[in-house]
Design a protein around this ligand. Structure first.
Ligand SMILES: Cc1ncc(COP(=O)(O)O)c(C=O)c1O
Length: 477
């Protein structure tokens, strides 16, 4: 066996062992170490003379040992989870073939695949004349959506900049993702000009407040240019009332973007269609297959209703060293992207969708909704637990009610830390008003009800141990 083949076979052995932990339900999500201990355990410094392959494999072994197993069925911490074998294969072959998406010349197959996926996703969303692009995450999809809105309304900005334009204002809810503030910062809009509209207790934007804010801005001489709706907010999994928001956007001639980075994939489910009412009326939609479609990070798209929008975002291209005249120049999708080098993120999604088919993905989304429903039922039926908000989709925010009169917030913070550090179950939290909420997300489409039962076993065991040990739960953590 050649040296390369030998290394590959060792690498695949490591992959098999790592992967077996996703399947073994008693495997730990993480062997948690604090940063100093972990630094001491790893050999992070790089030597002038390098190392041999033996040492390299030792390093890979250590990397794998201390990684968080996001494919483990007890990983609920983030909005992505799970392990998707066809997509994983796509990732391997993307790295093997290592090319960039700017021209057909260097990425012929991936260019065609990206086109097929974008057209399919546009059809699903309701953009028959749409276009789209794969980009580096939901945050960047939101940034490009805001850029599209700005350049649509003020096309001269491309050449003349923002001076003399006046105050541009964007409208998002108080539950929106933080990437919108960053986008406003990067685009010269300014974070103070992002108006945060109040949401209701369920986390949905209140449309009357949106309209009132726009009217106030107009009467102040401001220039509203961007309204955001979110298809599953980060903390509560709420869907904004898109139809009503689209009415307002149309009345005032403002771009309407929907951030579906998190919940957008639920459009593939057989139920809950009403949550997407009004989507086809939005000007743009961010959809991240790397979240609920369980495709490895990064796999993210921005879809736009009107073909030609993306090209308008860019300055005039004078790059004849890259984009040549040829029979395939109409296929050079680099001309639509603010990136020059761009990774092939389509192959892994294309392989996964090809493998599961539309029906397979529908079942996967249906399962997420079913698991969330089961989870919510278990919370409702247990006196020790309390729902903090009425669930709308796949996110359940709840808390544990300690029987001994401990401070509820402090107890729940400590409970989730105990769980995380035990490595048995990793789940996140956030604040709803002043209340700490443990946030469960059904993101791994292969989760079963026994995984949820195991989650609650781990939670109750940790809670009882905390109560028995009376570990300083009155303290502010
Ligand atoms: C609603 C929403 N939008 C955007 C993002 C950002 O997506 P990404 O992490 O791919 O940048 C997130 C991430 O959690 C999100 O929840």
């Amino acid at each position: 066996m050649s040296n390369f083949e030998n290394m590959l076979s060792r690498a695949f052995d490591l992959i098999k062992v790592y992967h077996s932990d996703h399947i073994a339900r008693d495997g730990l999500v993480v062997e948690y170490k604090d940063p100093q201990t972990l630094t001491d355990l790893l050999q992070l410094e790089i030597n002038p003379d390098g190392v041999g392959y033996e040492e390299l494999f030792d390093e890979i072994g250590r990397y794998l040992r201390f990684c968080v197993h996001t494919g483990n069925k007890q990983f609920f911490n983030q909005l992505y989870a799970g392990f998707n074998t066809p997509a994983f294969l796509g990732e391997i072959f993307t790295a093997l073939t290592n090319t960039s998406m700017y021209t057909y010349e260097v990425a012929p197959v991936a260019t065609l695949m990206e086109g097929v996926l974008i057209r399919k996703m546009c059809r699903i969303v309701g953009y028959p004349d749409g276009e789209g692009i794969f980009l580096t995450g939901g945050s960047n999809a939101n940034l490009i959506a805001m850029l599209s809105a700005r350049n649509h309304q003020f096309p001269d900005i491309r050449h003349n900049g923002m001076s003399g334009i006046g105050r541009l204002t964007a409208y998002i809810s108080d539950q929106s993702h933080y990437s919108l503030d960053t986008a406003a910062n990067l685009l010269g809009v300014g974070t103070d000009n992002v108006v945060k509209i109040k949401s209701d207790r369920g986390g949905r934007l209140i449309p009357q407040k949106l309209e009132k804010a726009i009217k106030t801005s107009i009467s102040n001489g401001d220039k509203p240019f961007f309204i955001l709706g979110t298809a599953a907010t980060t903390l509560l999994g709420a869907f904004d009332p898109f139809d009503e928001m689209a009415d307002i956007a149309r009345t005032y001639g403002v771009w309407f973007h929907i951030d579906g980075a998190f919940g957008g994939s639920l459009i593939l489910a057989s139920s809950h269609k009403h949550l997407f009412d009004g989507l086809a009326r939005a000007d743009s939609f961010a959809w991240n297959p790397h979240k609920l479609m369980n495709v490895p990070l990064i796999c993210s798209t921005l879809l736009l209703k009107q073909r030609g929008t993306l090209q308008r975002n860019l300055t005039d291209l004078e790059t004849d060293y890259l984009f040549h005249e040829s029979e395939s120049q109409g296929y050079d999708i680099g001309k639509l992207s603010v990136q020059c080098g761009r990774r092939v993120d389509s192959l892994k999604l294309w392989l996964a969708w090809k493998f599961y088919g539309d029906n397979g993905y529908r079942k996967r989304m249906d399962n997420l909704l079913k698991i969330a429903d089961y989870f919510a039922r278990r919370v409702r039926e247990d006196d020790r637990l309390e729902l903090i908000a009425e669930p709308q989709s796949i996110t359940i925010c709840f808390r544990y009610l300690p029987a001994d009169g401990s401070d509820i917030n402090a107890f729940n913070l400590q409970l989730r830390d105990e769980l995380r550090m035990s490595g048995k179950t990793v789940v996140n939290y956030g604040y709803i008003g002043n209340d700490v909420a443990i946030r469960f997300i059904a993101a791994n489409a292969e989760t079963e009800t026994i995984d949820i039962d195991r989650f609650f076993d781990n939670l109750f065991n940790a809670a009882e141990a905390l109560s028995d040990g009376r570990r300083d739960c009155g303290a502010t953590l």
